[in-house]
Design a protein around this ligand. Sequence first.
Ligand SMILES: *Cc1c(COP(=O)(O)O)cnc(C)c1O
Length: 321
Amino acid sequence: MAASAFPLFPAGAIPAHLWLDGAFVPWHDATVHVTAMGAGAGVAVFEGIRAYGSGDGEALNVFRLHEHLERLLDSMTMMRMPLHHSADDLAAATIELLRRNEARGDTYIRPVAYYSGLEHNSFGDTLGAPPSLLIWNRPTGTQLLTERGKHVSISSWTRIADNQMPPRIKAMSNYQNNRLAQLDARVSGYDDTIMLTATGKVAEAPGACVFLVRRGEVITPSVTSGILESITRDAIIRLCRERLGLTVIEREVDRTELYVADEIFCCGTAAEVTPVLSVDRIAARAGGMGPVTRQLDRLYHDVVRRIDEGYAEWRTEVERA
Ligand SMILES: *Cc1c(COP(=O)(O)O)cnc(C)c1O
């Protein structure tokens, strides 16, 4: 079992600063009082964004920065958090943070909107109150262009639903659902898991959307199948259609379709493109990383690093200081 073969954050330098409510604050000064945690716990939405070094090493390319920040604002709206920064303001703050921290190589960026103030003693106190906004970055690793793959189970834990804890909100608290499912799978000897909706349709893996390839078509659960509206998923759909000329179908997906798929892979900012080698110990028919997955691994790698000049609107370039 290769639980965390690729840590998101390799041991290494902590950046000098983070951005907190409009100011650049020394990393170690950005603390929350212990008594605030009771009121603030769980009331937080976030984004995970990656910036990749360009092919020539001259710049960092933040992948789909604006789409991520728009989704943060969407998450805040759905959580009844007043918006007090625009996506443009947050994009400018992110770029300035990367410059100040002299981010060089592949970097992970985490914006968070949360309540931590001592004045918020109950959930009601947060009504109409602007949350704190935080952006931090750290060096990260990448799995793109490596031989890899996961053996996954189908979880007995059901994916949360829109009328309970909406998966469309990128909320910290939603991750308890993923966490229970993932740890359960690991205890049972799997690398990871895929969750089903309450009606038994495929939803997603913890923090990553699911695709399968069958009879030459690419299929992925629709945005009403208990998934987060993943920005990587959108990029993969477009690369499949526009670069590989493949038919992509967004619809409800049955568990047993995964058993007879030629290829299965997951995608997301953290997961990038992750091949799934088996589901419930039934091997995907391609055996190893299949041909479509391999082409997407290469294409995604080349686009995020601007080796492939296409999709320029997906990259915000931050030149080295
Ligand atoms: C962030 C996330 C994803 C991946 O979304 P991207 O926009 O591709 O990073 C998938 N599922 C969940 C639950 C997530 O929180």
